[in-house]
Write a protein that binds this ligand. Sequence first.
Ligand code: PMP
Length: 399
Amino acid sequence: FLSQIPYAQPDPIFELTAEYNRDGSTKKVNLGQGAYRDENGMPWVLKSVIQAKRAIEGSGHEYLPILGLEDFRKGCTKLLFGEESPIVLENRVGSSQSISGTGSLHLVAIFLANYYSTTHKVFIPDPTWNNHRAIFEGAGFDVQLYSYFDSHHMALYFERLQEDLLRCPEGSIVVLHACAHNPTGIDPSFEQWKKIGKIVKDKHLFPIFDAAYLGFNSGSIDTDCWAIRYFFHDLNLTGAVCMSFSKNMGLYGERVGCVQIITNTFDEAKNVESILSKLQRSEVSNPPAYGARLATAIFSSKEYMQQWKIDLRTMSCRINTMRKLLVDNLRKHNAPGSWVHVIDQNGMFGFLGLTETEVKDLRLDHHIYMAANSRISIAGLNEANVEYVAQCITSVVSK
Ligand code: PMP
């Protein structure tokens, strides 16, 4: 049968990084992968993480429990909802540590496939992170799109989004980006979230919040949890939150994440957790320890938490400064258009609205690497390269 195995195309973003690494030009700029870079273009280890590393020295290499570190899981729930939330006080969350955000989505997908049935459709935004489709189709679901982006106005297509969600069969599963939508950087306003929440409630949809960028919109986890709190706290809905600490703690390679399934009662949560444990056992047996210990050390210390908040502001402020600087430079070089959409976008990415040919020209002629849909990781910009990038974008769009 091996002779019948087809060749699967490599993941475009990881492939782009490999191509960037092979490029020998001194001018090259990597705006592809969503990984934070400091003002010198270097990976950044958060100060709070450096403190946590010292605190957990000598913690050894024993297995964690199947569901992961309990203090980590509880810390994640408190982070999402706050210590005083009834969801926390009534222990209504079934949780499991996961292999970062991806593993968290996968665990929820197999949980739903096994215990909610794949006859329910999964709705994901158009566009979205390309792994969403792969994860839910891989678990056996029929995956459909709901409208999200109006490419004409470079804005949220809210009317169509509402229409599409209203058309979902009752009980469907809907994937929502908690904040910093990838790739567009466009999130619903609070008022729009309220309308989405009403549809989710009226149609008994099962919401899954993909929370990979908490803290990247505003620099504050509390603010960026607004939609999650509104759904589960104010509307009293049940659903799931898939948390990742890749970006907001810079723990990309440590694979730190958590699944939170918000239920109606303590007993439901206990049963859900028992199933998560059963599923996790046959998938990874038990999750990795190091990164979860770092995150737990941060959650458990007032001082480190304070530092983490500063670190989040450091990252989000630098990204916002670069966002503005890019647009200032585009305008300075008279790039056609207002580029106001780039300023209005949130989170780690900018969605430029270039054609695939323009993206290709930037890569081949100017050594500037970005996703084919012209999503750029703003953190790849710095004082030394932003003018060059703006000049080159101007040149390809003015051709
Ligand atoms: N969801 C979204 C929307 C993402 O952009 C990412 C990372 N690119 C993830 C989830 C998961 O990332 P990780 O597995 O590294 O936590």
